[in-house]
Design a protein around this ligand. Structure first.
Ligand code: ZN
Length: 456
């Protein structure tokens, strides 16, 4: 009578809304052949015992042990894959210098496919081990190496959304690292889109091509226009950077006499499948445009502490109805973990609310109503990321993909401080959010397939 491909039994946490976490205590999650959650069954449901009796003991029945919990897989909305090779370095210099002195030289090395393979395989494995089941990647200008990244995601089982980066303006980009010219940039992007769409046909969890102008300063008007047209022609996702820092924000103002948001919109680059990284300097009008077009913000709290000259008012933009998710921004952000980024998102928002300059009186120091809670940070890392990409991911509920992390709070090398076996589950959830390390992430599943298992 029941024809499920897999049954998972255990306690799970999933976002009910941006502020509320739903606790699914001792549920059965019934997964179909496509890796989708077909049914969630609570212990009090009339079918619970029947399904349990039918599947228990079979090889497609999985049950968590004491101290283990299901978390939705994380959705990382902003990763510069080649920059994994320089993660953690040179974070003490400004964005413009960082790009030209460190980042562009390292990215230029990805014309070498052997080097690209070594870095990309390590990065995808590392992100999976940190619980990231879906990643939105910037690769490099190189078409072949960008396709290699999509192939590695396909092989390792991660849902990868990958962009061949476009940076065609000879005035703005170094001769050793840019597209040969605008026509080549657009032709390579189109060939890349077609190749990834072909690859996706044989990939259960999906891989997706993403139209990727690096940011307005690195692209000519004709490239930006052409990319908007390609995205429309092939209905792809779109990613770029928007209003990140004082320098970048002012550059776009000088060139177009308008803010990034409106400039990007003019080129057809804002829409339901668009994710713009950072967006710290959006004004209320820009944010309204984001909400109206369905454009999402990829919030990168660790990176922002180094390069954004500001703290983004996440609570205000959320209040205006903008989709928001979290990004690691490797390697503007040093950490491949969205747990680390969720923690920083909360801390930065608290500093924005309270202010930081003690020379000012308390009531003049900060920006009221700016804080977000750890529940909201969890939402950004999971359901918010799914909504930003317009994919059925990031929630453990029916018709969503079975993308999960199995968190073990009792691992000897990273035991969480839980001393009362009747501790409230919402408190355990908070301890997990703040204290988990990669050692606690025992298994990671994407679309019903186990893609990571930690043995030590
Ligand atoms: Zn970035």
């Amino acid at each position: 009578m029941f024809k499920y491909t897999q049954i998972f039994k255990g306690t799970a946490f999933s976002s009910k809304s941006s502020k509320e976490v739903q606790i699914l205590q001792d549920y059965l999650f019934c997964i179909n052949a496509d890796g989708i959650i077909e049914k969630t069954i609570a212990p009090e449901h009339p079918d619970y015992q029947t399904v349990l009796h039918t599947y228990k003991g079979k090889e497609n029945f999985y049950q968590l042990t004491d101290g283990q919990y299901f978390f939705p897989g994380f959705v990382d909305l902003h990763v510069h894959a080649p920059q994994w090779a320089q993660a953690g370095t040179a974070l003490d210099i400004p964005l413009y210098d960082w790009l030209n002195t460190y980042t562009f030289p390292i990215e230029s090395k990805f014309s070498d496919l052997a080097f690209a393979k070594e870095v990309y395989e390590d990065l995808v494995s590392t992100l999976l081990a940190n619980g990231t089941t879906t990643s939105l990647y910037f690769a490099t200008v190189h078409k072949e190496a960008s396709l290699l990244l999509a192939e590695i995601c396909a092989t390792k089982g991660q849902r990868g959304l990958v962009g061949k980066v476009v940076m065609d303006d000879p005035e703005q980009n170094p001769a050793f690292y840019r597209d040969a010219n605008t026509a080549t940039a657009l032709a390579d992007t189109e060939e890349f889109i077609l190749a990834v769409k072909e690859l996706a046909k044989s990939t259960k969890q999906g891989v997706y091509p993403v139209v990727t102008p690096r940011f307005i300063p690195s692209c000519t008007d004709s490239a930006l226009k052409g990319l908007g047209e390609l995205a429309a022609k092939y209905d792809t996702h779109i990613q770029s950077h928007c209003s990140e820092s004082d320098w970048e924000h002012s550059y776009v103002q000088d060139r177009f006499n308008k803010n990034d948001a409106y400039a990007l919109h003019d080129f057809g680059l804002l829409g339901d499948k668009s994710v713009m990284a950072h967006c710290n300097f959006l004004n209320d009008e820009d944010a309204t445009l984001f909400a109206e077009t369905g454009t999402a913000i990829g919030h990168c709290p660790i990176s922002n502490a180094y390069f954004a000259n500001s703290v983004i008012p996440i609570a205000r933009f959320h209040g205006k109805g903008v989709d928001i998710g979290l990004g690691s921004d490797i390697s503007g952000g040093f950490s491949p973990s969205l747990f680390d980024n969720a923690r920083q998102a909360v801390m930065s928002s608290r500093m924005l609310e309270d202010g930081v300059n003690t020379a000012l009186p308390a009531d003049k120091r900060g920006v009221p109503n700016s804080r977000i809670t750890i529940n909201e940070a969890f939402y950004l890392a999971t359901a918010g990321g799914g909504e930003s990409l317009s994919l059925p991911i990031g929630r453990l509920q029916e018709n969503y993909t079975w993308d999960v992390q199995v968190i073990d709070t009792k691992v000897a090398s990273a035991k969480l401080p839980i001393f009362d076996n009747k501790e409230e589950l919402i408190d355990i959830f908070q301890k997990i959010m703040y204290l988990v390390r990669p050692e606690n992430i025992r298994e990671v599943w994407v679309q019903g397939i186990k893609v990571h298992e930690r043995t030590e």
